[in-house]
Design a protein around this ligand. Structure first.
Ligand code: APR
Ligand code: ZN
Length: 247
């Protein structure tokens, strides 16, 4: 592993433009269960059972109770060294883009700035009628389901659900960041949910080196230039040199 980390560090040190894709794995060390790992289930429901427009129209209360449960966990969670390492890398590299599938907001809390949230944000409620988006940090909610304070229609989580498309503006910004980068890092994602799962392959197709950091192998591991298997909170802090006031 040491040799791989040195390789990865060299590639990053030689880069002036870095793009990173993260998934639930980077927040695992903050105590947030991943989707397909241990403790990923809620009341025996998989995320695929609840994070759909069908599930919401059938039982909005149930779906909101699930998000309420996740909001409690995330509210009590803190960023871990993996999040902080990416925020620090952003300070050190001229151009840095962080594409995340995570909706927990921990990257922002760690100080990351140039973030593309592909799947939405847990702290936003979107009106199902007028589309108004409201930032809401109530835990628990005063009322469940939360209602729109403009037209009093039911609110839904401002999150991209299975079967829903990601706004083209977001896809475009992610593709531009991949096209322009010198290297792409893929951190803590199982690589099974599209379109995020293909971003690494797109980077490969445009000739960019791709470095994967994940606890275990993923379907694309063999296609990437470098795969470092372990905890992102332990590996990411090793990928940049701690800037002191001397240099
Ligand atoms: N460090 C690095 N990787 C880790 C760690 C860790 N500490 N802990 C777990 N992992 C890895 C797991 O091995 C797994 O491959 O993180 C990955 C998490 O995979 P998923 O649970 O499938 O999460 P993710 O890839 O982000 O899911 C994608 O699916 O449910 C939807 O919209 C949801 O954004 C989510 C999308
Ligand atoms: Zn409304």
């Amino acid at each position: 592993m040491e040799k791989e980390i040195l390789n990865a560090k060299k590639i990053i040190d030689d880069s002036t433009n870095v793009t990173v894709l993260t998934g639930a794995g980077i927040s695992a060390e903050s105590g947030i269960p991943t989707f397909r790992g241990e403790n990923g289930l809620w009341r025996n429901f998989r995320s695929e059972d609840l994070a759909t427009p069908e599930a919401f129209s059938k039982d909005p209360q149930l779906v909101w109770e699930w998000y309420e449960w996740r909001r409690k966990i995330v509210r009590d969670a803190k960023p871990n060294p993996g999040h902080y390492a990416l925020a620090e890398l952003e300070n050190q590299i001229p151009t840095f883009t962080l594409i995340t599938q995570n909706i927990d907001g921990l990257h922002q809390l760690a100080g990351s700035r140039n973030i593309i949230e592909m799947h939405g944000n847990l702290w936003q409620v979107r009106c199902t009628k007028c589309g108004k988006i409201e930032h809401n940090h109530e835990v628990p909610f005063k009322e469940l389901p939360p209602m729109c304070n403009k037209c009093n229609s039911i609110g839904r989580p401002n999150i991209v659900w299975f079967g829903e498309i990601i706004p083209m503006t977001i896809i475009d910004s992610a593709l531009i960041a991949i096209e322009k980068c010198d290297v792409m890092l893929i951190v803590g994602t199982s690589g099974v949910v599209e379109p995020a799962a293909s971003l690494g392959l797109i980077a490969k197709q445009t000739g960019k080196p791709v470095i994967e950091i994940n606890l275990e192998r993923t379907p694309n591991s063999g296609l990437y230039d470098l795969s470092i298997f372990g905890k992102s909170g332990e590996i990411l802090p090793l990928l940049y040199s701690k800037k002191t006031h001397l240099n």
